[in-house]
Design a protein around this ligand. Sequence first.
Ligand code: 13P
Length: 344
Amino acid sequence: TRTRPAPPNAALRDIARQLLDPNKGILAADESPGTFAKRLGKGVPNTLTVRRQWRRTLLSAPQLEEYISGVILHEETFIHGDSDVQSAIGRGIAVGIKLDEGTVPLQPKKSGERATKGLEGLEGRCTRFRNRGGAVFAKWRAVFRVGRHTPSRAAIRRNAGDLAAFAAAAQACGVVPILEPEVLAEGDHDMQRGGAAAARVLRGVFRALRRRADVDPGAMLLKVAFVTPGQRSTEQVEPHEVANATLRVLLRTVPRIVPGIVFLSGGQSEETATSNLLALSQLALERAQAGKPPLPWALSFSFGRALQSSALEAWQRGDVAEAQVLLTRRARANALAQQGRQGK
Ligand code: 13P
């Protein structure tokens, strides 16, 4: 079924365009307290105060606004770090709210598949963070495991439907939705199977979106993983192969009306994530030079770990200034990579 999509939402399309500044990307700093615990080394307690100080370090990094158009934050940063959020906005960095509330197992449990929580009361929460916190965009993450029988049709249908419902609620409350159907890198699958899974997931997501008359697909961003072999696969791939596999999937599944696709780093090292982004941007440039039509959407980054890891290490050693330098340097390297340029 194809429902007529919502009319263009000019205000939201404008925000999406700003987030997709060709010289900048998006910083994901929206780890839940539980996830943040996994990022911290031993010796630093995972308290609200520690997380607040870390987010303040990120948000106040000098020159960050030259390379970062927006930052995704957890609700605790809006609630307990409002002055940091407002000063980021003051520097011209758009702020976004993670609106999903993590994942729960889907039946049968042994499949390892998961659904995302947080649809209940979503629009009210969205409106609060928009009106009181200044959020102009929001994120919803769903996860898909690649296995012998997964992602299953049921898991795709459920998560795609929820992503589409989130998109509608976010646009109704006046923020740009970032839909993040993440195909996880865990597993021993090869790149071909990873790509096939990603294509099935994305087809499901856009099928669900076509059924909703209340979503403007021109006023959302898609956030995905690079197509790679699983972390436990023995297959070795070069960035240009990742770029080729990723672009092939996206060209087959993502409608032209979507203004931008941003990448998560999914546990890749800082260098690997940047190399993959660079290879993809160079591939786009090569296509243009070969006279092929330009890509319909903008491509950018929205890394969490691949922007924060080195900085977080320095910070845990007590070196706040060094942490900020490392963050900005990473952001700059990715901003250049997305333009097909190599940093020094
Ligand atoms: P990573 O880049 O660390 O995968 O985080 C991005 C993100 O937003 C995950 O939801």
